[in-house]
Design a protein around this ligand. Structure first.
Ligand code: CUA
Length: 356
């Protein structure tokens, strides 16, 4: 068998490559690589992916076939320490292995450029959404819809959207897998992506750049809704922002505090039973009252002052076993004094509850 393989190596390799390529292509096409297609760019990108796969499998298979084939057919007999036959250049082969990859790569580059050009085409009257990444949460605001701010990304179906992506601290990467497109959030730059949501549903924004200890918790909800539902949501948000926390003052303070805790992204890092958060990036807050009393005494501050200081200046007191510099230090700018007050009261009230 090995003698035969040695005599007709090209035939053997071609046979092995051909069969493996066919099997490989079937496998890569059968695998369901991506989640639902929720933007108009998704089908184009999925097709591009399939074409890339179909082009890549034969190359991978050819290289592996030649290598494996040679290992098997041309391995030395036991005890054979002689040199192999010398090989000189083969011009025809060299021309082939330069020309074919050159044509393939060029064709794929042109195809990729055409798809990219189409996806990035300028739109008329897009919905502008500013996206801000921060360790470890996302914020969104809609500058043309009365400056509505939100921690969930609400989008109308079938309307062009332009995302303008920024970061407050380090590199993040704004990605909704269902939309397929992603872009880095780069300090000092505004990066953009344009897309059109095409499917009603709930998805996740994922941070796709390792940005620190809470990277894996850096997610936000995306909801694609009908244009009518979107307008209704904008109107409601405008109204509640117009109220300026009046709702918080009226009655349900714990509810307002809990909402603020989640909206501000505190839940991404801190465990708090009342807000059903379980992340352990930062210190757990279920024992906050006890800690605030103990540490506050050291710092000669009341528990309220201590918690307020900890929100506004996270480096003022770092709980043992946790690192300094992880918590964003700009909450004093992000939140109004009333909001911080609400948070302080909320945290102290819920952390002292249900103690045994
Ligand atoms: Cu932000 Cu990873």
């Amino acid at each position: 068998m090995r003698r035969l393989l040695r005599k007709r190596p090209a035939l053997g390799m071609a046979l092995l490559s051909g069969v493996s390529t066919a099997v490989g292509i079937v496998i890569v096409l059968v695998i369901d690589w991506f989640p639902a297609q929720a933007s108009t760019a998704s089908p184009q990108i999925d097709t591009l992916w399939d074409v890339l796969m179909i082009a890549s499998v034969p190359i991978f298979v050819l290289v592996m076939s030649v290598a494996l084939y040679s290992v098997f057919a041309f391995r030395a007999e036991p005890g054979d320490l002689s040199d192999g036959e010398p090989i000189h250049g083969n011009t025809r082969l060299e021309v082939i292995w330069v020309t074919i990859p050159f044509i393939m790569v060029s064709a794929l580059a042109v195809y990729g450029w055409i798809v990219l050009d189409d996806i990035e085409a300028k739109q008329t009257d897009p919905l502008i959404v500013n996206v801000t990444g921060q360790q470890f949460a996302w914020r969104f605001d809609y500058p043309d819809e009365g400056k509505v701010k939100s921690t969930q990304l609400m989008l109308p179906k079938d309307r062009d959207v332009e995302f303008r992506v920024n970061t407050d601290d380090v590199l993040h990467d704004f990605w909704v897998p269902e939309f397929r497109l992603k872009t880095d959030a780069v300090p000092g730059l505004t990066t953009k992506i344009r897309l059109k949501p095409s499917r009603i549903g709930e998805y996740d924004v994922v941070c796709a750049e390792l940005c620190g200890i809470g990277h894996s918790t850096m997610r936000a909800a995306v909801r694609v809704v009908t244009p009518e539902d979107f307008d209704a949501w904008i109107a409601k948000e405008q109204q509640s922002e117009g109220d300026g926390g009046a709702a918080a003052a009226g009655g349900d303070e714990a509810g307002a505090g809990r909402q603020l805790f989640t909206d501000t992204g505190c839940n991404r890092c801190h465990t708090l039973a009342d807000a059903e958060s379980t992340s352990a990036v930062g210190p757990g807050l279920d024992d906050l009252t006890a800690n605030a009393t103990a540490y506050g005494k050291e710092a000669k501050q009341s528990p309220e002052e201590y918690v307020k200081t900890s929100i506004e200046d996270p480096g003022a007191f770092v709980v043992p076993e946790f690192e300094d510099g992880i918590m964003p230090a700009d909450y004093a700018e992000q939140l109004s004094p009333e909001e911080i007050d609400t948070l302080v009261k909320y945290l102290l009230s819920v952390s002292s509850q249900d103690k045994p």
